[in-house]
Design a protein around this ligand. Structure first.
Ligand code: ATP
Ligand code: MG
Length: 254
């Protein structure tokens, strides 16, 4: 157990880091997942480590899209299972989405550890480990192309937090509407997804659950309008401007 004092200026970030390290030690997180977290942290720093208005707009559009979905699926990797397993399960129940474990660095033992963690966090069913229902996505040449026939393969909307660009592209090519959490507004995933929430998933996930609850009373037209009014490219560009403004401000007082 670590001894991070709550008063430490980077306490929150250190707690998140510790969750990942623990997840690594428990066999949930891949080595590469630790590096992905590091890249995310750097962008979080530049963004001011808070949920911006821009992220809130993306969360609202994502909630509307999830409520309109007929077959939504949430794709879970090791980092997500280590960072926010309970919240991911809660989101899946709120929007009646299936959960599927899909790993960049495929590994049976790790997959089972993630499934176990999701079940311990309240999930009834977790797809992704049954060879009888597995099939392949076109346009991608690694283990990540293996998906479940009843899950991602059949989905109309897929949530892929902390995803790699190749896979996001393969999902788009397969006709899926893709929603992601990605702190890097410059990444291929950010630019390929239909809706990118530029926020730390550990902060944004609760807001997404809340927004889904709030918008659940809205009719289809009203939800469509929210999606229509959201422009992902513009949102990403504004995130880059936000980073630029933060840096300019810091440069002035430095
Ligand atoms: P891409 O493949 O999309 O170009 P990449 O190769 O730079 O991106 P990957 O490791 O493939 O990065 O994907 C992980 C992404 O997840 C990174 O863009 C990183 O910024 C983001 N990320 C990491 N941790 C978090 C987090 N806690 N919350 C939100 N995003 C995160
Ligand atoms: Mg990548």
């Amino acid at each position: 157990m670590s001894l991070i004092p709550k008063s430490h200026p980077r306490a929150k970030s250190l707690f998140i880091r510790e969750k990942l390290v623990k997840g690594f030690e428990n066999g949930l997180v891949a080595k590469e997942g630790l590096l992905a977290q590091g890249r995310g942290e750097a962008f979080d720093y530049l963004l001011g480590e808070k949920t911006s208005r821009l992220a809130k707009n993306a969360i609202r559009a994502a909630a509307a899209q999830l409520l309109l979905a007929e077959r939504p699926v949430i794709s879970v990797n090791g980092n997500i299972a280590a960072l926010c397993p309970k919240e991911i399960v809660k989101l899946s129940k709120q929007i009646k989405a299936k959960l599927e474990v899909n790993l960049f660095y495929a590994n049976k033992t790790r997959k089972q550890a993630i499934i176990k963690m999701l079940k311990k966090s309240g999930a009834k069913e977790v797809l992704g480990s049954n060879p009888k229902t597995s099939t392949k996505l076109d346009g991608i040449d690694s283990a990540r192309r293996i998906v479940d026939k009843n899950g991602i393969f059949a989905a109309d909307v897929v949530v892929v937090p902390l995803e790699d660009g190749d896979r996001t592209m393969a999902l788009r090519n397969a006709g899926k509407i893709v929603i992601t959490f990605d702190l890097n507004p410059l990444s291929r995933t950010s630019h390929t997804a239909n809706i990118t929430i530029v926020d730390n998933v550990t902060r944004g996930i609760d807001l997404l659950i809340e927004e889904c609850k709030k918008l659940s009373k809205r009719n289809k037209d009203s939800l469509q309008k929210i999606i229509y009014n959201f422009d992902n490219k513009k949102n990403l560009a504004e995130n880059v401007i936000q980073i630029k403004n933060n840096l300019t401000r810091r440069a002035r007082i430095a």
